[in-house]
Design a protein around this ligand. Structure first.
Ligand SMILES: O=C[C@H](O)COP(=O)(O)O
Length: 244
């Protein structure tokens, strides 16, 4: 868990995956995002598909930031074979980390088998990539989140992730249901789509046990957390004197 009091500031970025996922992103937008990810020493940089991987790989080369892509983003409704083929292409293009969007329409229809099939194929095709599965928790009841988590654990993915950031977001309750559903399994949790993407919110989810935050707002969030680290001041926290 993140401890701002003791963390080496260069390690702060490793709690964050940076991304440029908007539909109209140009090569220039992707390159700028990569440069930010490198400057903030993020864990990975994501674009919305494998298309941008050659550009990302060029930009992050030698930095320790992993080149990453989203699969079937943002809808996740593609057939499992299409998802597997996209994953294979991403691996061939040099991806180091991959986030796939789960077919929650199938899950909510009771078709867990399709979800299991697509996740198994994803993990197999991903090989040595770090694998992450996005649920889109805003559209799932607690029991749906638990069923989705079971499929993620069964598939052997490395991370389970709350949201794409393209639809409704994630709240602390949904995150804790997801976190608890994978507790003790070794599957790690990634939070994204928190609205608004503010430092206090990112910090709150990290304190609640998130292993990683995915966000488009890396500079704003990491700058604020670093300020908190340097000053020992938590924004919004009241001092004992102020509470009296
Ligand atoms: O991983 C997801 C994306 O980084 C989007 O997250 P965001 O909506 O919180 O910026």
């Amino acid at each position: 868990m993140l401890d701002l009091a003791t963390i080496d500031p260069r390690s702060l970025g490793k709690y964050f995956d940076h991304s440029v996922l908007f539909k109209w992103a140009t090569e220039s937008d992707i390159r700028s995002g990569c440069k930010q990810a490198v400057a903030y020493n993020c864990a990975a940089f994501y674009a919305s598909s494998p298309h941008w991987l050659p550009v990302i790989i060029e930009e992050v080369a030698g930095s320790g930031v992993h080149a990453a892509a989203a699969i079937s983003f943002p809808g996740g409704t593609a057939d499992w074979r299409t998802k597997a083929a996209e994953t294979r292409h991403a691996v061939e293009a040099g991806a180091e980390e991959l986030d796939i969007v789960m077919n929650i329409g199938a899950l909510l229809s009771g078709d867990v088998r399709t979800v299991q099939q697509e996740l198994k194929a994803f993990v197999e095709e991903a090989g040595s990539c770090v694998t992450k599965v996005i649920l889109e928790v805003a559209y799932l009841e607690d029991d749906d989140i638990r069923r989705a988590a079971d499929a993620v654990v069964e598939a052997g993915a490395v991370y389970i992730k709350t949201s794409t950031g393209s639809y409704d977001g994630c709240d602390l309750h949904k995150f804790t249901v997801m976190r608890d559903a994978v507790a003790g399994t070794g599957v790690k949790s990634k939070v994204a789509g928190v609205q608004p993407p503010r430092p206090q919110n990112a910090y709150g989810f990290l304190l609640a046990g998130a292993d990683l935050i995915g966000t488009r707002a890396v500079p704003e969030i990491i700058d604020a957390l670093d300020e908190m680290r340097r000053t020992g001041v938590i924004p919004g926290a009241r001092t004992p004197a102020a509470q009296a």
